[in-house]
Design a protein around this ligand. Structure first.
Ligand code: GLC
Length: 605
């Protein structure tokens, strides 16, 4: 059924008075506002409109900024400086310096550059790849989330960037959704408990009136609470679909993460592609302006998603006054940034976009840039000079800790786990030695990828971690993708699960893993059982899935989610220490209900 989108204009009524008023992170600052007034007074209409346009770095050169005074740039899921290839850190730094210099020479207002570092600097070879949010939800610890956010911020800033489009505050209510793994889980209280910490990790804590506070200092980045609002509640988990709920449920379930994020001082919010009761969020004046800005007091940048404005009635990628009039302050102009720039200038000239609305949008953008210290900061590469290298040992150790604390033990017949360390271990399965599969989507490429361990220098696959663990205790590990071992092992560890995916590519009609997997993993497990071998299954997935047959064929079954580059964290949980003690007991808890059948899907509202 084609979803007839309506712009969420006046017709989509909301009751702002029933929404919370979070404690303000930053008091109004008259000096800052006066500084904005002075900037606005000297800006041309084109310079003001330029601030509201964010374009893809793969489509914009530094020279373009002289003619087109853009406010922001983004590196989307498949974009890098100069195109779509993967480039080293120095190329990112050189590009950031070039854009910075060009924007200063042009409008005099430095450009800011964001990317989706949703579990690490996802486009950088050698970056630390942390477990996805669903795993951090299983760990359930705000301090861990804060420390992970800080490390991610440092690795993003180390490449000269200013901004990460995270944390995702979706409350994933239907595991069929292809973005469930970007959520901390299905429990609003869990998302609320982690949201503020995620923002503080990226931006630094807001400590008003504390001299030298860390907020948005070098090594920190601007954060984005996304996708406002209801992204995780669409019918059947259809990505970018329609969330059909009463307003109170929308507030209490899908709005849960936003008050703590605002109180933590999040400086940007990204509008959702999805709709609420048929009204598209990108055009929803009630929710974007009356609720988020006026009632909840959000005073930062409301950013559109990737051409998300174009889906509104009467809009195209190059023209959408409705979105700005609804409350969007900055367009993520993915496919026609020049057209959108020119059209928006015309729309302000004709009054289709009130000048006051443009003024407010630009004021918000300048407010964030000034809070970020952008006018005082040196060139990006100079800011990055003292920061840890992407992939630094301390960051990898932190990611390994996060892996350990996220694993959930679903079955452990006869207390098989943790295994004695000195065993002869057989390892098999498609995920055994594949860092791309264990990392999931948003990893190097938008959709992620498999069979390319060479693109993860410094990382460890799950097999690599197991081999290290058993070698330390005098045991041995043999990798046999076909499950046929040269020497009969004492135990087999089978690593399998979902291939990487992102967004709508991950949407599924049901939760029956065996059907999606065409029974391959079950056949593998049955063949191992036929050899009379004890089997430990390690399951890689971005969400709960029905794995009844695979569970039955396993002696132990560990949910590893999408652990990222530090596969050694999995081995840490599977083996005792050399002295026989249990160094790391399983503490991970399910962040979403685990289905008892393939068709068990939506959590009742
Ligand atoms: C995507 C996602 C959003 C991401 C943006 C830029 O479509 O919806 O989460 O930040 O585009 O890559």
């Amino acid at each position: 059924m084609a979803l007839v989108l309506t712009a969420g204009g006046a017709g989509a009524a909301v009751r702002p008075d029933i929404w919370p008023v979070p404690a303000r992170a930053l008091a109004a600052d008259p000096v800052l506002e006066a500084r904005i007034d002075a900037l606005l007074a000297r800006m041309t209409l084109e310079e003001k409109v330029g601030q509201t346009i964010m374009a893809d770095v793969a489509e914009v050169t530094p020279d373009d900024l002289a003619r087109w005074p853009l406010g922001a740039l983004f590196a989307g899921g498949n974009s890098s400086p100069g195109g779509t290839g993967l480039v080293p850190r120095d190329r990112w730094l050189a590009a950031a310096d070039a854009y910075h210099a060009a924007s200063l020479a042009g409008s005099g207002i430095p450009v800011i550059w964001g990317t989706d570092a949703v579990h690490g600097h996802n486009r950088l070879i050698g970056a630390t790849v942390f477990p996805h949010n669903i795993a951090l939800g299983a760990a359930g610890d705000p301090d861990l989330v804060r420390r992970v956010g800080r490390a991610i911020a440092a690795e993003v800033a180390a490449t000269g960037l200013d901004w990460s489009f995270g944390p995702t505050l979706a409350v994933a209510r239907d595991a069929r959704w292809g973005r469930a793994y970007e959520s901390f889980g299905s429990d609003p209280a869990l998302v609320a408990r982690l949201a503020g910490a995620a923002v503080e990790g990226l931006q630094g804590p807001v400590e008003p009136h504390v001299p030298g506070r860390d907020f948005l200092k070098d090594g920190r980045v601007i954060a984005t609470a996304k996708h406002f609002i209801g992204d995780g509640g669409t019918t059947k988990g259809i990505d970018r679909g329609d969330t059909q709920l009463p307003e109170v449920a929308l507030r209490d379930i899908h709005g849960a993460g936003y008050p703590p994020a605002l109180t933590a001082g999040v400086q940007t919010v990204m509008a959702s592609f999805s709709s609420w009761n048929g009204a598209a969020l990108h055009g929803h004046h009630g929710l974007l302006t009356r609720v988020l800005k006026q009632r909840m007091g959000f005073d930062g940048i409301l950013l559109g998603d990737w051409d998300g404005h174009a889906a509104l009635p009467g809009c195209t990628p190059g023209s959408c006054p409705a979105a700005m009039n609804a409350g969007l302050d900055m367009f993520m102009a993915a496919t026609d940034w020049r057209g959108l720039f020119q059209d928006t200038v015309r729309r302000v000239q004709t009054g289709d976009i009130p000048a006051a609305r443009l003024e407010d949008a630009v004021r918000r953008i300048l407010r964030v840039k000034i809070r970020y210290g952008l006018f005082e900061k040196p060139a990006p590469s100079l800011r990055a000079a003292g920061l840890p290298e992407p992939g630094a040992a301390a960051h990898r150790a932190l990611a390994r800790e996060a892996v350990r604390r996220s694993l959930v033990l679903l079955k452990n017949a006869g207390d098989l786990l943790p295994l004695p360390a000195g065993l002869r271990v057989g390892v098999t399965g498609p995920g055994a030695d594949d860092i791309g599969m264990q990392s999931g989507g948003w990893t190097l490429d938008w959709q992620g990828g498999t069979g390319r361990n060479h693109l993860f220098p410094g990382a460890t696959s799950i097999f690599g971690g197991i081999a290290q663990a058993v070698a330390r205790a005098g045991g041995s590990a043999e990798l046999a993708p076909d499950g046929r071992f040269a020497t009969r092992p004492d135990v087999v560890i089978a690593v399998f699960g979902e291939p990487p995916y992102a967004e709508m590519a991950g949407d599924r009609p049901d939760l029956d893993f065996g059907r999606h997997d065409q029974g391959r993993s079950r056949a593998m497990l049955d063949a191992l059982k036929a050899q009379g071998l004890p089997v430990v299954s390690v399951f890689l997935s971005g969400r709960p899935l029905f794995v009844g047959p695979e569970l039955a064929a396993s002696d132990a079954f560990v949910l590893a989610w999408l652990p990222g580059s530090e596969g050694a964290g999995v081995a840490d949980m599977l083996f005792r220490a050399a002295d026989g003690t249990v160094a790391h007991p399983f503490t991970g808890r399910l962040p979403m209900a685990w289905p008892e059948a393939g068709d068990t899907v939506r959590i009742p509202e």
